[in-house]
Design a protein around this ligand. Structure first.
Ligand SMILES: [Mg+2]
Length: 438
């Protein structure tokens, strides 16, 4: 595994005397990060936009929220009102009981959309690999941008500065070698924070944090972990992967991998999303064909469920295998008809796994599968489901029920970054970009 410290050479720093008795350490050549991900998250976005636009709201407890009489909820809370325990996603009525003098502002979505576009244009100066989580939150893969723009920390500083200058708002940024760690990092020093967690410092920085900091660990999973005596990321990391899997199902092993920083998931730009896929990094490299098959079935289920939820189907099934030494191969097969059925995706991907890879003989680090070559939205139903829509619908219902039975409790409560738009602020509920990341 790469460690940032090892990248520094003895000569990478020079002392610069720019004033008598005052020396500064300047990087001569900044360390190159083999993988560099930024997670940028605006601070109390909607509320901050309101405070910026209306000076009389500055320094005051502000909630951007729907009508309490219509069971509205808080979509953003200013830092002043958070002191009273008010949080986003809370019913407006409850927020007003906690802080009766809170100033309620109705959401102005077009305004937030406008500001969001400005922010995303700033991101685009540094990388085309931007994945929106919501209007005010995104992952940026800046690995390939380092030669042009310097190291990821410098880029993070420049992005923060540009946001401040061009929008008069603040953002918190996390810099790390994976999405999962970058996401945790951006939250550590909010508001207006910059937190850098290189791979070499990951364990030291994360081990004492609550396990619930891991993106996707919801209250249900957290309760299950607490029953096992697991409260911190460090405890989760050291727990045997096999027993976690036995208790929580497949998501237990995924969770273990995440706690160990094993997150190879990619930043997928929304505009280029031409496929739906799921992949998982194993806690320990896998040789057993049986375990690979079980995982592949689980992946096929996830992909099929997401396709059906979007009412989509595709003709090309692809498989991705990353071996222990990080060599990655993809294999694909195009079917005569588009599908969104778990069985078909699984069977095709399994054929590719058996016939087209060294799985079973060579340790596998990551396994993924997906569907591409989507059919058009209109007029293709007959072709999609030759036996008639009703049969297809029946089959879908059957598979959905099967999905539900197969998935254990933890499976439902654990939502990966790739499937949900979950974040501290639930702003995407208001029609942000959450749908893209489903
Ligand atoms: Mg935010």
């Amino acid at each position: 595994m790469w460690r940032e410290g090892e990248e520094r050479s003895l000569f990478s720093h020079i002392f610069l005397l720019n004033a008598p008795g005052k020396e500064r350490l300047l990087p001569l050549s900044a360390p190159f990060w083999p993988r560099a991900i930024l997670h940028v998250d605006m601070d109390a976005f909607y509320a901050s936009v309101e405070q910026r636009d209306n000076p009389e709201l500055r320094g005051k407890p502000v909630i951007v929220a729907g009508d309490p009489k219509r069971r509205g909820v808080v979509s953003a809370a200013s830092y002043e009102v958070r002191a009273y325990g008010v949080r986003s996603a809370m019913p407006t009525g409850k927020a007003l009981r906690l802080c009766p003098h809170a100033i309620r502002v109705f959401p102005r979505m077009e305004r937030y959309q406008e500001v969001s576009e400005t922010i995303f244009r700033i991101f685009a100066r540094y990388t085309p690999l931007i994945q929106a989580v919501s209007l005010d939150e995104a992952f940026l893969d800046v690995t390939a941008s380092q030669r042009l723009h310097g190291d990821p920390v410098t880029m993070a500083q420049k992005i923060r500065a540009a946001i401040r200058t061009e929008t008069e708002l603040t953002a918190s940024v996390g810099v790390a070698a994976s999405r999962i760690v970058a996401k945790i990092a951006s939250d550590l020093d909010k508001p207006d924070g910059l937190t850098v967690i290189p791979e070499s410092e990951r364990e030291a920085r994360l081990d004492t944090l609550p396990a619930a900091r891991i993106w996707g660990v919801g209250p249900v999973t957290n309760k299950q972990l607490e029953k096992l005596g697991i409260r911190t990321i460090g405890q989760l990391r050291q727990w045997p992967a096999a027993s976690l899997q036995a208790i929580l199902g497949k998501s237990g092993s995924e969770l273990h991998a995440l706690a160990n920083g094993r997150d190879d998931s990619e930043v997928v730009p929304d505009s280029t999303e031409k496929s739906i896929s799921h992949e998982t990094t194993f806690a320990v490299d896998v040789v057993s064909m049986e375990e690979l098959e079980t995982t592949l079935r689980w992946i096929a289920d996830k992909v099929a469920t997401r396709l059906r939820r979007r009412r989509m189907a595709g003709k090309t099934i692809f498989l991705k295998v990353r071996y222990g030494d990080f060599t990655t191969v993809t294999r694909r097969r195009t079917l005569p008809r588009a599908t969104n059925l778990s069985e078909t995706i699984f069977a095709t991907a399994l054929t590719l796994l058996r016939g087209g890879t060294q799985a079973g003989r060579r340790p596998v680090r990551l396994l993924g599968a997906g569907v591409a070559s989507f059919s058009g939205e209109s007029g293709q139903q007959g072709e999609l489901f030759p036996s008639g829509e009703r049969d297809a619908a029946k089959m879908e219902r059957f598979e959905r029920a099967a999905d539900a039975i197969r998935s254990k409790l933890g499976d439902r409560s654990l939502r990966r970054a790739s499937q949900s738009g979950w974040s501290e602020d639930t702003e995407e509920e208001w029609g942000g970009r959450g749908g893209k990341t489903e």
